[in-house]
Design a protein around this ligand. Structure first.
Ligand SMILES: Cc1ncc(COP(=O)(O)O)c(C=O)c1O
Length: 428
């Protein structure tokens, strides 16, 4: 694949286009981001993408193991693109006064695949909005103000979701946040039990912490939290924005431990990598507070026809193309091979962990992450850092990644680790 053909630029004078875009970025989007792109050597532009490959403006192919976990079906999956295109040609934007069929179809399909008896879906446009809906639902249902969340958690960056997220760096400039939120260590069910009081509405957790650095909890954690919530009359919200829709080899990561939440959030891969869409899905009694008054919480664009068409096709594609099975098997292959690399480069790679195609590589020093990400990019492999953990880089390739592409990624990682090991003594 990579390197087999000489890249052909996809536009005339790509250097000028890149320079103009980075300058405009710096002047009008974000100065520090533009500086970071240049510093990391990202002096290019992504231009087109198919499957596991992003092609840049110079015509160079990169294997995409990043995309913040959004790309599970592969880029531009033809079936999902066709579903959205068909709707686009017929009616692009909903009027919202009359009902439309697709949101109803999607609600039914999402309820079908959701864990246990989760039945009602509130549709929105992003992960953070899904979390906001879940928090509001929990408060309105319980009429209590408090939430218990975990250190290292990432639930989004609007005020409510930021309040239950767990990294000070992103929280402190925006104080005061939502009152009544207590943070406890992730993976410690006793700490949750101790933190619950008469004001607690809900416990909110990621079944596996994604941005926290792919932290897989002990096997008894979620079942024990479920039991504690039941005994104490507190709701359990599971945030499956990153882990859901097949990423870990099951529809939802909570299925690995047989736990059904009261409210679940989803986004990222829900739109099949084509449209942004999120949802909070809840048990009927809890959703009754939204069912009584549909305008108590709403969104102009939430559940729009294009997003709904994409999500329906995304669910059908996972089912019909066996993407859950593929994610589980490919994740196992990658994890086995990565553990061999860990044994070869223990001075750089401390631990390999994850489930399915959500894989974290914990490095021995923060500085190794930058070296490795830049080295991998040089070798045309895209990975991502973790927002709440500088020492962990993440691999989240699509389920359609091919065996050859996986081996290419592993070879690039081996070379990157070799390079990081060579400069180890200069890194703190
Ligand atoms: C678990 C989790 N929840 C919520 C969010 C926020 O999603 P969004 O960036 O779409 O608002 C993320 C994003 O990474 C996430 O990983």
């Amino acid at each position: 694949m990579n390197g087999e053909r000489a890249p052909v630029p996809l536009v005339p004078d790509p250097d000028a286009v890149v320079e103009k875009a980075l300058t405009d970025y710096g002047n009008h989007v974000n100065e520090a981001m533009a500086r970071l792109y240049r510093f990391m050597g990202f002096t290019t532009l992504e231009w087109q993408a198919r499957g596991a490959v992003i092609t840049d403006i110079y015509g160079r192919d990169f294997i995409d193991c990043g995309s913040y976990g959004v790309i599970f079906h592969g880029h531009s999956h033809p079936r999902i693109v066709a579903a959205v295109r068909e709707q686009l040609d017929r009616m692009a934007m909903h009027g919202r006064t009359l009902p439309h069929k697709l949101v109803a179809d999607l609600g039914r399909k999402l309820a079908e695949i959701a864990p246990g008896d989760l039945q009602y879906c509130f549709f929105c446009n992003s992960g953070t909005e899904a979390v906001e809906a879940a928090l509001k639902l929990a408060r309105a249902y319980t009429r209590k103000p408090g939430f218990i969340a975990t250190y290292g958690a990432f639930h989004g960056k609007t005020f409510g979701s930021l309040s239950v997220s767990g990294r000070e760096l992103y929280r402190e400039p925006f104080y005061p946040l939502l009152p009544g939120v207590k943070h406890v260590p992730y993976g410690d069910a006793d700490a949750i039990a101790a933190a619950i009081d008469e004001d607690t509405a809900a416990v909110i957790l990621e079944p596996i912490q994604g941005e926290g650095g792919v932290i897989v909890p002990p096997d008894d954690y979620l079942p024990r939290v479920r039991q504690i919530c039941d005994e104490r009359g507190v709701l359990l919200i599971l945030d499956e924005v990153q882990t859901g829709m097949g990423r870990t080899g099951r529809w939802w990561a909570c299925e690995h431990w047989g736990v059904v939440p009261d409210i679940m959030t989803t986004a990222k891969a829900l739109g099949g990598g084509i449209m942004p869409i999120g949802a909070a899905v809840a048990k009927a009694p809890i959703f009754s507070v939204f069912n009584e008054n549909p305008y108590i919480h709403s969104s102009t664009f939430g559940g729009n026809q294009l997003a709904a068409a994409a999500a329906i096709a995304a669910i059908d594609t996972i089912r019909e193309e066996g993407l859950l099975e593929q994610a589980a098997a490919k994740g196992e292959y990658l994890m086995d091979r990565l553990r061999e690399l860990q044994a070869r480069y223990p001075e750089v790679l401390k631990e390999v962990r994850g489930k399915g195609l959500l894989i974290g590589l914990e490095l021995t020093k923060d500085g190794h992450a930058g070296v490795l990400i830049a080295e991998l990019l040089e070798r045309r492999v895209i990975v991502i850092h973790s927002l709440n953990n500088n020492r962990v880089i993440r691999l989240s390739p699509p389920a359609v990644i091919t065996p050859e592409q996986m081996d290419y990624v592993l070879d690039a990682l081996a070379a990157g680790l070799e390079q990081a090991a060579a400069v180890d003594s200069q890194i703190d």
